[in-house]
Write a protein that binds this ligand. Structure first.
Ligand SMILES: Cc1cc2nc3c(=O)[nH]c(=O)nc-3n(C[C@H](O)[C@H](O)[C@H](O)COP(=O)(O)OP(=O)(O)OC[C@H]3O[C@@H](n4cnc5c(N)ncnc54)[C@H](O)[C@@H]3O)c2cc1C
Ligand code: FES
Length: 288
């Protein structure tokens, strides 16, 4: 199977509201068949004469090869700034230039072990395709979905269909348990005995999930959302500090070596910096 990313002129099939989010479906020939769970697309925004030169990255929610309308790719997004506002204004048949699938996907377990999937806000979107692949491998799937409010949860009904158990949290108590995903995760790990946790959501949530998983001796895979410019490994905008197999810390590009990383490998407290001792970092202090 050829997994090389494509650049295609996508056509909008639909843009629907999903709580506080938008659910965009694009006809994008060839992208779906190359897509694995955890990959993302980079969408051009603003039209051909726009000054918004940088593509915007979005996790792939669903990718269907040869559906009724041809190959489709779906993303779920929050309006954040001018690029996502432009996307939210698209209508059926509008053109959106698509590059994808990009990035390294989630790694699947080799044994049919129970898995816990943790999604924060729209971060739950890429977990549904993962859940499907895990179920195909015989892995019991348990989901934990969290959001600040009920409207900032995504996919609760779908989760109830696709997972054996679902725990929901909201910070304001408008749905499920009042609190954050991290508050219910210890119970879910104990109840399911899962040896692996997959997570996608805000960096603070990923950091907490990775820390808790490590405390429980559980392997974690986290899909990060680091600011990106090129999306294809050229510009180094998206780097974050990651401990390598040899024990050394390197600044790693999340667009090509990620966005999925082993949770215990990321130096979460140092994201946004180049920590002392990082390979290639300038030495400071006496002796320079
Ligand atoms: C791998 C990956 C997957 C993502 N998946 C999703 C998703 O599924 N749904 C969703 O709503 N958002 C997702 N994001 C965040 C999304 O890319 C930003 O919200 C979007 O780029 C903001 O663009 P804007 O023009 O609306 O905002 P602006 O603030 O005008 O963006 C300006 C620039 O800042 C960068 N930027 C701003 N906010 C973010 C952010 N939170 N993360 C990364 N870069 C940012 C963008 O690269 C953009 O070029 C993802 C980001 C990455 C890196
Ligand atoms: S966004 Fe340019 S190297 Fe990752």
């Amino acid at each position: 199977m050829n997994r090389e990313p494509l650049q295609v002129r996508g056509r909008v099939l639909s843009v629907d509201r999903a709580g506080e989010y938008h659910h965009l479906t694009l006809v994008a020939p060839g992208v779906a068949e190359r897509t694995r769970p955890g990959a993302f697309v980079a969408l051009a925004v603003g039209g051909e004469t726009s000054a918004m030169l940088l593509r915007r990255a979005f996790s792939i929610y669903r990718a269907k090869a040869s559906g009724v309308y041809g190959d489709t790719v779906e993303v779920v997004f929050a309006v954040h700034g001018s690029g996502t506002a432009w996307l939210a204004d698209r209508r059926a048949a509008d053109e959106v230039d698509v590059v994808g699938p990009l990035g390294r996907p989630f790694t699947l377990p080799t044994e049919p072990v129970p898995c816990v999937l943790v999604g924060g806000g729209y971060g739950s979107a890429p977990l549904f395709a993962l859940a499907e692949r895990l179920r195909e491998r015989g892995c019991p799937v348990h989901m934990v979905l969290g959001g600040a409010t009920e409207r900032r949860l995504f996919g609760v009904l779908e989760a109830r269909r696709s997972a054996q158990t679902v725990a929901v949290t909201t910070e304001d108590g408008s749905a499920g348990t009042t609190g954050r995903v991290i508050d219910v995760l210890p119970e879910v790990l104990a109840r399911t005995g899962a040896p692996v946790v997959y997570a996608c959501g805000p960096m603070g949530m990923l950091r907490a999930v990775a820390g808790l998983a490590a405390e429980h001796g559980v392997w974690s895979q986290c899909a990060v959302e680091e600011s990106m410019a090129c999306g294809v490994g050229v510009c180094m905008t998206c780097v974050l500090p990651v401990r390598d197999d040899d024990g050394l810390v390197r600044m790693v590009r999340s667009c090509v070596e990620g966005p999925v990383f082993r949770g215990e490998r990321v130096l979460w407290d140092a994201v946004g910096t180049v920590p002392a001792g990082t390979v290639g970092a300038p030495r400071v202090g006496p002796g320079r």
